[in-house]
Design a protein around this ligand. Structure first.
Ligand SMILES: Nc1ncnc2c1ncn2[C@@H]1O[C@H](COP(=O)(O)OP(=O)(O)OP(=O)(O)O)[C@@H](O)[C@H]1O
Length: 535
């Protein structure tokens, strides 16, 4: 590991501000007007210090939970770091997951204060979110009556010296809820610092780098790592609608050296970048959160200079990153599944047999040999120990590994002889059949390779423990969903061991995907849709 080990992300920011106060920390779209606005490390850290003291004075002290519904504008960075400095607990909910889910997250976390942009406050008032919040803070320039603008929290109160109460996390971050209600994941200071340091060391990032951050969770680490964080003009809750021309212009203008984006953003960039685009300064593109198809990676690589790479880390809100692989290695591997790479330093990974319900400890019978599919179990500094307010979920996701607690990812994978993990879908998407379990990703891979298929999803129909496996197929652009095509695809499925038990193929014009990454297929919704349509 490089650099000094500091205990909190806000201490890392303070050190960067001392070392290089005049360097650009943030380059963000100017509010209302075109163009951008730059904040230096010195300015950012000063505002963080003042807002932390203001939060304290307003009664938001150590351990207080504060909902943070703010996109990556300047106040997002100020509030996030100020809450950490005040040792309060930011509760991060992505509004992209939908209003109903936001509400369930807020009801569960019961924050003591609510910080949001004006739109979030309107929703809070109209929908009765956070009735127990003692303080409402408005981020962004437009004041909302009855709330405190971030600017009003700033004053000359001197530095805060707050201690985190025992047992209080540093942050609660909600999952996207692709497989049920979103869960609040507790991270402590050590875990957040370990995550930032791991991202820094894995991809060789740090001061001098310019990070084009289209994915808010990664944007947060930028100031602590001393990078200049650039946010393009886009709606972060609708990544698939980002304008590629905008990204290219912003990357050129700022000399971006690294870019973080969800697979949906990379897809738009690769498809719609103006012809002849080359971004020679951009050496590292990092995409997380969902599988990144190889053709998406190839199209992005075509925009980069020689020696640049697309990296696809694998992880979850509970543990990020767990494994990673660069395009140099990935594109040389057989195109036969989704390889998510080798475990990263400091994170141990093992695979356990698929078991429904809690498991107290890993035993030799649960071991999975190389090449076979099992549930991914992880431990290490970046792994969260618990869900907020959900002891049963914590128990269900925790398993003892040689006496130490480890986290069950709820994902399936196999390990190849080179120690690489191949993602095999989620445990909750396994379809049990009379012929044995079917795993979503390996099954779908068989039809996804067919030129007539844009993408497809395995669903299990019926209500018992054993289901009827059906593949729901979205045809490729310009391909008509005919009976002949259906018969042909059933033939393809019957000819492969991984899909032989599949009983039917049905067509769907556009598979439903998650709102956050626009790439995870909503198989639960599809199973309901396909019921009655399959023969
Ligand atoms: N590189 C990757 N390739 C394939 N899948 C990935 C990759 N990275 C992450 N994932 C998937 O994303 C999941 C993590 O997503 P996230 O933490 O946002 O919550 P979620 O799993 O979508 O929601 P919930 O846990 O509430 O159902 C992983 O468990 C895995 O299934």
């Amino acid at each position: 590991m490089t650099g000094t080990a500091l205990a909190t992300l806000d201490a890392m920011l303070a050190e960067r501000a001392r070392a290089h106060p005049d360097r650009a920390a943030l380059v963000l779209p100017a509010p209302v007007l075109p163009g951008s606005r730059t904040t230096t490390f010195g300015e950012l850290d000063r505002r963080v210090e003042r807002v932390a003291a203001g939060l304290h004075a307003a009664g938001v002290g150590p351990g207080a939970r504060v909902a943070l519904l703010v996109p990556p504008i300047a106040d997002f960075f100020v509030l996030a770091y100020a809450l950490m400095r005040a040792r309060a607990v930011p509760v991060v909910v992505d509004p992209g997951i939908g209003l109903r889910r936001v509400r369930s997250c807020l009801d569960e976390a019961a924050p003591d204060a609510f910080a949001g942009v004006p739109k979030a406050h309107l929703a809070r008032r109209a929908l009765g979110w956070c009735p127990g919040a003692r303080l409402a803070i408005t981020a962004g320039g437009v004041p909302v009556p009855g709330t405190t603008p971030v600017r009003d929290l700033e004053g000359d109160r001197g530095p805060v010296d707050a201690q985190r109460p025992a047992g209080s996390p540093a942050a609660i971050v909600f999952t996207s809820g692709s497989t049920g209600p979103p869960k609040g994941v507790e991270h402590d200071d050590d875990g957040l610092v370990a995550q930032a340091a791991l991202v820094r060391d894995l991809y060789g990032l740090g001061p001098g780098h310019v990070s084009l951050a289209t994915f808010p969770p990664f944007a947060l680490f930028g100031p602590a790592l001393g990078m200049t964080t650039v946010v393009p003009r886009m709606d972060p809750t609708r990544p698939a609608r980002v304008r590629a021309g905008n990204l290219v212009r912003t990357a050129r203008r700022t000399g971006a050296t690294v870019m973080f984006g969800s697979p949906a953003v990379l897809d738009r960039l690769g498809r719609d970048a103006p012809p002849g685009t080359i971004l020679p300064a951009l050496r590292t593109v990092i995409s997380a959160g969902a599988p990144v198809p190889r053709d998406v990676q190839r199209r992005v690589l075509a925009l980069l200079g020689a020696g640049a790479q697309v990296h696809t880390p694998y992880g979850a809100t509970e543990a990020l990153p767990v494994a990673t692989i660069g395009s140099d290695e990935l594109l040389d591997l057989p195109d036969d599944g989704i390889c998510v790479g080798r475990p990263v330093p400091g994170v141990e990974v093992t695979l356990m047999r698929v078991v429904d319900g809690p498991v107290a400890a890993l035993t030799p019978e649960l071991a999975v040999p190389d090449g076979e599919v099992g549930e991914v179990v992880v431990r290490g500094a970046v792994v969260s120990r618990r869900y907020a307010d959900r002891p049963e979920a914590t128990t269900a996701a925790t398993v003892g590994w040689d006496g130490a607690p480890a986290h069950r990812m709820g994902d399936l994978a196999s390990r190849d002889p080179g120690g690489r993990l191949w993602f095999a879908g989620r445990v909750s998407h396994v379809v049990r059949t009379d012929a044995g379990p079917l795993y979503s990703v390996p099954c779908e891979e068989v039809l996804n390779r067919d030129p007539a298929v844009r993408r497809c999803a395995l669903v299990g129909l019926g209500t018992g423990p054993v289901r009827r496996p059906v593949l729901v197929v979205e045809p490729a652009r310009g391909t008509r969903p005919t009976d002949d095509l259906r018969a042909r695809l059933l033939g393809v499925a019957a000819a492969d061991d991984r899909t032989r038990p599949v009983e039917d193929v049905v067509f769907h014009p556009g598979l439903p995907v998650d709102p956050r990454h626009n790439s995870k297929i909503d198989r639960e919704a599809l199973a309901r849709w396909a019921t009655g349509r399959a023969s």
